[in-house]
Design a protein around this ligand. Structure first.
Ligand code: PLP
Length: 420
């Protein structure tokens, strides 16, 4: 069989298998976005496809590939651990898991000290919500409209977009949603029954919404006054994405519980965590097994995370996110300046950037046109009018220019399509 035929076969069978065994609608959407091919490899800022093309990845996981695709030092660390001991016996204590927990205490702000490791952001949120209820002995949770915390029941109850919630109702009782960025609305919703407020420092899936300065500080005050806990969900904003180690570092606010995930596994292993103060960790005193996970904190994933945390420092990823983020946001704004109609706003912080369009259908066309210019982009889950730009933090200045050029061309050809 020649190579071309083999490529065609892998594309055909993959689409067919998605249609028959995974998710037919998803296969259709991917085709509509212009991708009649499948991914077969990845390296640095690029994803390679079966037809021999490579795409510059501006979705980045989203937020998973901060250290790039297939980062060699992280893969090496995982290989070493794979040969030694991939999974835990689940009875004996594991030194790699212990080392990562210590590192998490060092890199998280304030008196956050104890970590629970799990496999996905949603699980981390579940754990954080359970911890808040167990610690406060209260049941009410306040979260925000447009917030995204995952799709398991507790996380979905905290998330704020109806289209994902409706089919699964009733969700957990006791959840109230207030407008994001509005400190007074938060003050009005938090009572002596509130166990916790859960917020993202920047709403990522909500359309890259940066709150007004002082919002997190106000949230901290509101929680303290009511005796409620503040949970900050850093699953997407953490590990240098916004130009600081954590999104909350921009305001110097320390939560009682912080969730992390995505880039924590270095783009190689799935890993997430919730990290809290010693006081909150009192919930494990009576029964250390009150909250557990079979695969959570496995040594393979923890080895990846240790290498990922090293990479944040060694590669200077906070500085890179600030520098390249400024270049990208300026470039996108410049490209959008000639367009009076389609782009409502370009906003963000570090390399978490969103382009809001006046209509979700226009955003869809721009995504499809970007793909024709070899750029992978997608909208945010809770706001389909916003295309996010969340490339690996190792993206170079030249690659940023390439994204900006492609965006300008995509705007021009979308405008031409709309006037036809
Ligand atoms: N929290 C935030 C802020 C997220 O952005 C996400 C995913 O996008 C999640 C939680 C859920 O993470 P996962 O998809 O790993 O369950």
């Amino acid at each position: 069989m020649n190579a071309r035929k083999a490529d065609d076969d892998v594309v055909g069978t993959t689409f067919e298998r998605y249609e028959r065994y995974l998710n037919p609608g998803m296969a259709q959407i991917v085709k509509f976005m212009g991708f009649e091919t499948v991914e077969v490899g990845s390296e640095g800022c690029y994803v390679q496809t079966a037809d021999g093309k490579r795409y510059l990845d501006c979705l980045g996981g989203p937020g998973v590939f901060s250290m790039g695709h297939s980062p060699p030092t992280i893969i090496e660390a995982v290989h070493r651990q794979l040969e030694r001991m991939p999974l835990s016996s689940h009875l004996l204590l594991n030194p790699v898991t212990a080392e990562l927990a210590e590192r998490m205490a060092e890199v998280t702000p304030g008196d956050l000290q104890y970590s629970f490791f799990c496999n996905s952001g949603a699980e981390a949120v579940e754990g954080a919500l359970k911890a808040a209820r167990a610690y406060t002995r209260r049941t009410e949770i306040v979260s925000t409209v447009g917030g995204f915390h995952g799709k398991t029941y507790g996380a979905l109850s905290a998330s704020g977009r109806d289209v994902y919630r409706e089919p699964f109702k009733p969700l957990l009782p006791g959840f109230t949603h207030v407008p994001y960025g509005d400190a007074e609305a938060l003050r009005g919703a938090v009572t002596s029954e509130t166990a916790a407020v859960i917020l993202e420092p920047i709403q990522a899936e909500g359309g890259v919404r940066v709150p007004p300065s002082g919002y997190l500080t106000a949230a901290r005050e509101v929680c303290d006054e009511a005796g409620a806990l503040l949970i900050l969900d850093e699953v997407q904003t953490g590990l240098a994405r916004t130009g600081r180690m954590w999104g909350c570092d921009w305001e110097g606010v320390v939560p009682d519980i912080m969730t992390s995930g995505k880039a924590l596994g270095g783009g190689v292993m799935p890993l997430a965590a919730f990290t809290a103060t010693p006081e909150v960790w009192g919930i494990f005193e009576e029964n250390p097994y009150v909250h557990t996970s079979t695969f959570g904190g496995n040594p393979l994933a923890c080895a990846a995370a240790l290498a990922a945390l090293d990479a944040v420092e060694e590669l200077g990823l906070c500085e890179a996110a600030n520098e390249r983020g400024k270049q990208l946001i300026d470039g996108l704004r410049h490209a959008a300046a000639d367009d009076g109609e389609m782009v409502a706003e370009i906003r963000g912080r570090g390399l978490l950037i969103g382009a809001e369009f006046t209509d979700p259908d226009i955003a869809g066309l721009v995504i499809a046109t970007l793909s024709a210019h070899d750029i992978l982009a997608a909208y945010t889950l809770n706001n389909p009018s916003v295309i996010r730009f969340e490339p690996p933090l190792i993206i170079t200045g030249d690659q940023v220019n390439q994204v900006v050029e492609a965006f300008a061309k995509a705007l021009a050809s979308t405008a031409a399509m709309l006037t036809q």
